[in-house]
Design a protein around this ligand. Structure first.
Ligand code: BG6
Ligand code: GLC
Ligand code: GLC
Length: 780
């Protein structure tokens, strides 16, 4: 550093340390054992990175930061991968021998995580130390081992690498000479000396053309007087020993290549092997032989061998450079994701605030200003099982618009349903109210035709999943559109009237519209039909909302104190008064600003399917701007609103998907991502959906706690009926929701019941009950 005038600079350092080390991170390595010619005391079992750091601390004028420890095989692979991106194997055939390769994380039990790949240093030199090679080890191998620094260890390496090849040749020659097969029985004393024949000698003797002359010279230098036949025989011994070495190496390498091919599930593998090491470099025939045997052993691999020209240190420096870039990037990414992490304390705070909003909405004085509207629904009881008949139901406001025929049979609590899904084009969702309702009636007409029911005057229940002010079960004034709807001339109007008028305009059939219900209410009813303990309805879908059964005496807006009524909380509006500003991120703000209803439905926009993907997209745009993703290029696709639908979010986060599949999903979405990008995208999705599930949990905990306290119970059991694509499709949402509720409402035993049949069934049941009540009223 002095000669290069680098003393004043703080530099990141990469250390190539070519011995077996146990690593739990890139910048640490516990030496497992010395190999080759090293045997320094007090190092085995310690971290060589801290030893080097400590040694450097003793030089006050040195300021370096060790960021990476790599084996020479790894450095070689990286050096070569810089020139050839196919390089995924590194081999050293030098003083020692060893190989590394890129293994799928899902196959590495020792390291947590299943994403991507990691380089594994095989330390194949120790192959055979358990006896696996005994059938091919010769008396010369045994003798060599006994005389080595590490008897019984590195047995494969001792049959292959440069430190041992010359010695093997010497032992063989010695035995042949002793048996009178060479040098006319005469033994030179030099032949008795360990280490007298080195790899460079073997290489020289095997040289094409000059080989024979070299052999004579080398043997003469050892004090021998070889005949021509002796020289040829000695050459032959060298060839046998070095050929065995190349063969063994090829076999081991073939095992690695086969594994790579199988990991990738390919019929043919195209790959590059980076190689370094003196034996490979100086021995005239070694590379050719190795390549040939490898190709013979793995005919279904197209292997390129790339000699590492600049050693393994260039690679080590590159690993260090990458580590230092990743370290900086990781910090930036963590900073963003930390915004989405909610502490237990924050969640308790959110639960408590939600509770306050419930009370606000229920009280007459505060109701007009309440952001959580707590709308009475005039649904007062559960079906008693005596309902029966045929009903039509409409289900509008979720991912799908459905028209249903529901046949309820009395007594047996059994329901049969027929339904058809219709699309509502965007231009209708955001066109005029008349167009929207004409379209709905058109769909009903199609359905009646399809079912052969034209002319039947059936009672109809209308699931309309938007906030409606109701004065009775069959009247609902739309307060304001939410989610993706924005049809004109509807807000402030009774949607039942609008539907009736549209039917009149059509003038083909008549229907008896008996009930208008929110999807939460429909869902609660669907589930309540099976489990009478179901007193909460939850939607985690395109939108976010919850309803529950409240004591009449607590509902100041409706007269009467007896019994219960279902309240549609419209909790999506929670936070619209600014009470969630402390957890509202810049990304939430951007999503809000780009939405159809800026400033409204804050809680919904942090929790529901329609917006989660948008939050993810905003984060990805920001990370890309910071140069942390997609090579800093914001593609047109990434600028497209709505690309991350709930189903994609759910797929990306699925644990069963390998990284490549995540990458493929992103590619389908038009996002050209690397494996590293895919990991980050998945993390972002996870942070956003986790926060959503936790926020849902806090809201739900608020309602069950309220119900428990209102009833003066120490402990309460309650069932929550749930529906919505987010809840149904997302791999982790429901679990995190459950866990959060358990933590925030420990005195409640909350059972979640998935609504299998949608809210249309519930709407039909509500219609049936209303119809029954209508009739009894008429009879009196
Ligand atoms: C359906 C219900 O199953 O779920 C709808 O029948 C409800 O009424 C919907 O609106 C909610 O989920 P999503 O994901 O479709 O909005
Ligand atoms: C020895 C070391 C190994 C190294 C190889 C080549 O086998 O144990 O770590 O890669 O030599 O230098
Ligand atoms: C929106 C609507 C609400 C509905 C919810 C789920 O929040 O305002 O009425 O229940 O979405 O679909």
């Amino acid at each position: 550093m002095k000669t290069k005038e680098l003393m004043q600079k703080k530099l990141p350092l990469g250390l190539t340390f070519s011995f077996p080390c146990k690593q739990t991170k890139l910048e640490e390595g516990i030496l497992l054992s010395w190999t080759k010619k090293f045997k320094a005391r007090g190092v085995q079992g310690t971290d060589v990175v801290s030893s080097l750091t400590n040694a450097m601390k003793r030089h006050q004028d040195l300021d370096v930061d060790i960021l990476a420890l790599v084996n020479d095989t790894v450095g070689t692979m990286m050096t070569c991968a810089y020139d050839d991106p196919y390089c995924e194997v590194g081999v050293i055939i030098g003083t020692g021998t060893n190989a590394c390769y890129m293994e799928d994380m899902s196959n590495i039990d020792l390291v947590e995580g299943d994403e991507g790949r990691m380089c594994v240093n095989t330390e194949w030199g120790a192959f055979g130390d358990d006896g696996a090679l005994e059938d091919i080890r010769t008396e010369f191998d045994r003798e060599l081992d006994l005389g080595s620094l590490n008897p019984g260890k590195q047995l494969f390496e001792k049959m292959i690498s440069g430190l041992y090849l010359g010695e093997l040749v010497r032992l063989i020659l010695l035995k042949m000479a002793k048996a009178g097969l060479l040098f006319g029985g005469e033994k030179s004393s030099a032949l008795h000396i360990k280490g007298k024949i080195e790899t460079r000698h073997v290489a020289a003797m095997e040289r094409y053309k000059e080989g024979l002359a070299n052999t004579r010279e080398i043997l003469t230098d050892l004090g021998l007087e070889p005949s021509d036949a002796d020289c040829i025989a000695v050459q032959h011994v060298c060839t046998i020993v070095s050929f065995r070495s190349a063969n063994l190496c090829a076999a081991a390498l073939a095992a690695i290549l086969t594994r790579l091919r199988e990991n990738k599930k390919l019929v043919r593998l195209r790959t590059t092997v980076g190689v370094d090491g003196t034996l490979y470099k100086i021995h005239p025939q070694y590379p050719k032989r190795l390549h040939k045997v490898v190709r013979k052993l793995v005919p279904n691999c197209d292997v390129r061998f790339l000699l590492s020209e600049s050693g393994s240190t260039k690679g080590a420096a590159m690993v260090t450079a990458v580590a230092s870039r990743l370290q900086a990037q990781r910090k930036q990414i963590d900073k963003v994701l930390a915004l989405f992490r909610l502490t237990q304390e924050q969640l308790v705070g959110i639960r408590n605030k939600m509770r306050v909003e419930f009370e606000y909405g229920l009280k007459k004085d505060t109701h007009p200003l309440a952001t959580v509207k707590m709308l009475p629904t005039y649904v007062c009881g559960m079906p008693d099982g005596t309902e029966k008949g045929k009903f039509l139901a409409l289900d509008l406001g979720g991912t799908n618009f459905r028209v249903l025929l529901v046949k309820i049979r009395s007594g047996r609590r059994s329901v049969r349903m027929y339904n058809k899904i219709f699309a509502i084009p965007l231009e209708i969702m955001q066109g005029t109210g008349e167009e929207l309702f004409d379209h709905i009636v058109q769909c009903i007409t199609d359905f009646l035709d399809y079912m052969g029911l034209k002319g039947a005057q059936l009672p109809l229940g209308f699931t309309f999943s938007f906030p409606c002010r109701q004065a009775s079960i069959d009247k609902g004034t739309l307060i304001e559109w939410t989610k993706g709807f924005k049809a004109t001339d509807c807000e402030g109007e009774d949607v039942v009237d609008m539907l009736r008028e549209a039917i009149k305009r059509r003038n083909e059939f008549d229907l008896d519209i008996v009930a208008v219900v929110n999807d939460t209410v429909g869902t609660m009813m669907t589930c309540g039909y099976e489990d009478s303990n179901c007193e909460v309805g939850l939607i985690a879908g395109t939108g976010s909302n919850m309803c529950y059964m409240e004591e009449m005496r607590n509902i100041e807006l409706v007269e009467g104190d007896e019994g219960k009524m279902c309240i549609n909380t419209e909790w999506g509006g929670f936070g619209d008064n600014g009470c969630l500003d402390d957890i509202h991120t810049q990304y939430d703000k951007e999503v809000d600003e780009g939405s159809l209803n800026p400033g409204k439905q804050r809680y919904e926009k942090m929790t529901s399917g329609m917006y989660l993907g948008e939050i993810v997209r905003q984060i990805l745009i920001d990370l890309t701007k910071q140069g942390l993703l997609f090579r800093g290029q914001i593609s047109e696709r990434l600028q497209t609103r709505g690309i991350f639908e709930t189903k994609f979010l759910s797929q990306i986060e699925s644990d069963r998907l390998a990284l490549l599949q995540v990458r493929r999903i992103l590619q389908q979405l038009g996002l050209d991502s690397t494996c590293e990008d895919s990991i980050v995208v998945k993390e972002v999705c996870g942070a956003v959906s986790r926060r959503a599930a936790q926020l849902y949990g806090a809201g739900l905990a608020a309602i069950v706690e309220k119900r428990r306290e209102d009833q003066g119970l120490e402990h309460m059991r309650i069932t929550v009926g749930v529906d919505g694509t987010l809840y149904k499709l997302h791999p982790h949402f429901s679990r995190i929701l459950r866990e959060t509720v358990k933590e925030l409402a420990p005195q409640c035993d909350v059972m979640f019941m998935l609504s299998e049949d949608g809210s249309g069934k519930g709407a039909a049941l509500i219609t049936a009950v209303a119809k029954r009540l209508q009739q009894t009223q008429r009879e009196h």
